[in-house]
Design a protein around this ligand. Structure first.
Ligand SMILES: [Zn+2]
Length: 180
């Protein structure tokens, strides 16, 4: 071993763990902001989904699902966030951006994400009914001209919990409406 090589290895190892540790912290922080957006949707009787777009470590767009209140199927949190981010940077290409979303995107949103050329997608929890990032189908398995890096299960429990609570609330509300 060359003199100082062990020190170099130690420094590299430390660097690696610092990166992992802070990387993790940041991912969780951003998904927490997306969860706050999901809570706003919940209060509006919308399926609670929130999305955040980050560029160079800074949030440039955040949005929540507004499909029901606007009667517009395109107003999923991801689509609104993509439009906000493009407007903010003045470019439809979001190559340098990353999205954090509490629920696995549907096929419409995955299509939009591929079109936006977003770099990376962080997903809170999966959507077994409409998820197009591995649950129902995986749009990323196809030969599109853009590939998105994906990381799943960021604060999965919290992202799952708000959805479960919302559907329990909906079932209770529907029952009480029927009994009137
Ligand atoms: Zn969607």
């Amino acid at each position: 071993m060359e003199p100082g090589q062990d020190r170099n290895i130690a420094a590299l190892t430390l660097n690696f763990y610092v990166h992992i540790f802070f990387g993790e912290m940041m991912n969780k922080d951003f998904i927490k902001v997306a969860l706050e957006e999901a809570k706003i949707a919940y209060k509006l009787n919308e399926v609670p989904v929130g999305a955040v777009i980050v560029k160079n470590g800074k949030i440039i767009a955040k949005a929540h699902n507004l499909k029901r209140s606007t009667n517009n199927i395109m107003n999923h949190a991801e689509i609104i966030a993509l439009m906000e981010a493009s407007q903010y940077i003045g470019d439809w290409r979001l190559n340098e951006c990353e999205m954090y979303v509490t629920l696995e995107p549907c096929s419409m949103c995955m299509g939009a994400l591929i079109n936006s050329r977003i770099k990376k997608l962080y997903i809170g929890t999966e959507d077994l009914k409409t998820g197009a990032c591995g649950s129902v189908l995986n749009l990323l398995d196809y030969k599109f001209n853009h590939k998105i890096e994906v990381e799943k299960n960021i604060l999965k429990k919290e992202c799952e919990k708000i959805l479960k609570e919302f559907f329990v609330f909906l079932r209770k509300r529907n029952k009480s409406e029927k009994s009137i």
